[in-house]
Design a protein around this ligand. Structure first.
Ligand code: IFM
Length: 496
């Protein structure tokens, strides 16, 4: 006993638990994820639906989207600069038919939530849908089989005890609003111009979103409007390349910047529509809907932290990549000339975000440039020296960035290509960093691993295998990879 403590004081300290011994309230407790944390896996319709084992391909595949055209059109595949694998969609996992198996597997992991998407073109395959004047009017154009499918699908998700988080637009657009091939060939004169034609896409995507909210809002409270707007901009309109090409796959800075702001306006219109039409509190928490967008945020660092040009370039990349879209959608501040200062404030866009869905994959290490990448935009004074690097600590940076907008974050995607044989080098470090951020005060409501199963990775086909479950391309059998047990352990213990 220290000489200056009387026996009575020692007894009092022991009884109040201030002695650093077991039972001590003030001893630092091991941080754990909260009991109500959303633990999930994520998929997207286009990437998993095709490849049904017994349902005919024409019913299983949604053939009405720009992405179906992008990955199957022989002319587009033949063009090497499109980096299209040409892999048949029949190789995809067949979730359209096998979703109950997949939901069983999601439950077996111990997850309580599931992120998936609705395919606009499956629900509304015909161009006539654009004639609709209201959400109620749109009903006549909905494909009855697709509507029945989505109703059964959301019933099944809920019956499995999983909270659905539903993305309304995970890249794909109906061909009747975006002909990616025609716009690839002639982006200035194509007729169905997708995100280039705000006057058409904004009302149409708002009605579609309102329709989904009206039809499925009794089972869905968590909605995501757009997935990775910057991927659409970069891989579709600015720098399509080996990593990713999105339709229309053109390099046109003059089109890319307007598309980024059209996406921001689209988000706001979708938000308003969901808020108006989802009037049911499906999970009984007193809130009918939580609506957010899903940017892919990156952790940005200067190549040399002591080099001013690199530091400046890193800040500018962070601004352009991470913040321009969020500034527009959260604050209504539009910086269309990308000079770092918003010249336009839009009340009709501002404030339409209940949470920020964060897809986190990488750190980007930036070399500063003295001459901008794109001469029209002096702020593009950066070169991503290291473009792709798994960097677990960066997950803390991106949730803090999201929180800096005054909004809660949900990790809507975070993933890797786990092997069949190795243990885990990904989940524990990322989730430790995430928990560390939360312990320090970050407001994060959930984590969705990308992806539940191997899936059709856009232009790469089935060659990139992000799934926690592998998929046999022929039998469609799912097999858990070693990482699955690690995820279950973390979910069960609450400790990474
Ligand atoms: O497969 C994609 C997903 O559709 C969007 N985020 C990144 C994933 C892995 O590349």
């Amino acid at each position: 006993m220290p000489a200056h403590l009387s026996p009575a004081l020692v007894l009092a300290l022991a009884l109040t638990g201030c002695n650093g011994k077991p039972g001590d309230d003030t001893a630092p407790a091991t941080p754990k994820f909260p009991a109500d944390f959303m633990w999930g896996t994520a998929v997207a319709g286009f990437q998993v639906e095709a490849g049904c084992p017994t349902i005919a391909a024409e019913d299983c595949e949604d053939r009405g989207s720009d992405w179906y055209q992008w990955v199957t059109d022989p002319d587009l595949i033949a063009e090497s600069a499109n980096y299209l694998s040409g892999e048949p969609l029949a190789d995809a996992p067949g979730h359209f038919e096998l979703y109950n198996t997949d939901l069983d597997n999601a439950v077996a992991l111990g997850t309580n939530s599931f992120r998936t998407s609705i395919e606009w073109s499956r629900l509304f395959p015909a161009a006539a849908a654009e004639q609709a004047t209201s959400v109620d009017d749109l009903m006549q154009y909905a494909d009855p089989a697709a509507l029945a499918y989505y109703n059964a699908y959301f019933d099944a998700i809920v019956a499995h005890g999983l909270t659905p988080l539903v993305t309304l637009n995970h890249y794909t657009l109906p061909l009747w609003i975006h002909d990616g091939k025609a716009c690839h060939e002639d982006p200035d004169n194509c007729t169905n111009r997708g995100w280039l034609d705000l006057a058409r896409i904004k009302p149409a995507i708002a009605l579609y979103s309102g329709f989904c909210a009206q039809q499925f809002g009794d089972r869905v409270d968590w909605w995501a409007t757009e997935n990775e707007p910057m991927a659409i901009v970069l891989s579709g309109y600015l720098l399509p390349g080996e990593d990713r090409t999105n339709p229309p796959g053109v390099s046109r800075p003059d089109l890319a910047i307007p598309v980024a702001f059209n996406l921001a306006e689209g988000h706001a219109a979708m938000y308003d529509a969901v808020k108006s039409y989802d009037t049911v509190d499906a999970d009984g928490d007193g809130v009918d809907s939580m609506v957010g967008a899903v940017p892919n945020l990156v952790a940005v660092q200067p190549l040399d932290p002591d080099n001013e040009t690199d530091v400046h370039g890193a800040a500018d990349l962070d601004y352009v990549y991470n913040r321009v879209y969020l500034n527009a959608t959260v604050y209504g501040d539009f910086d269309r000339d990308l000079d770092g200062v918003a010249e336009e404030h839009r009340d009709d866009v501002a404030g339409r975000m209940d949470y920020i869905g964060v897809n986190y994959y990488t750190r980007i290490t930036v070399r500063g440039l003295n001459v901008p990448l794109f001469s029209e935009y002096p702020i593009t004074d950066f070169y991503p020296e290291v473009l792709w690097e798994e960097y677990p600590d960066g997950i803390a940076d991106v949730v803090n960035l999201a929180n800096s907008y005054g909004l809660p974050a949900v990790i809507t995607e975070n993933g890797t290509e786990p092997t069949e044989t190795s243990g885990d080098t990904f989940l524990r470090p990322h989730l430790s960093a995430l928990l560390g951020a939360m312990d320090a005060g970050a407001d994060v409501r959930g984590y969705f691993y990308w992806s539940l199963t191997d899936n059709y990775e856009w232009n790469h086909g089935m060659s990139m295998t992000f799934g926690m479950y592998s998929v046999d391309l022929t039998t469609k059998a799912r097999t858990p990879k070693p990482m699955a047990a690690v995820y279950t352990d973390i979910i069960t213990t609450g400790e990474p």
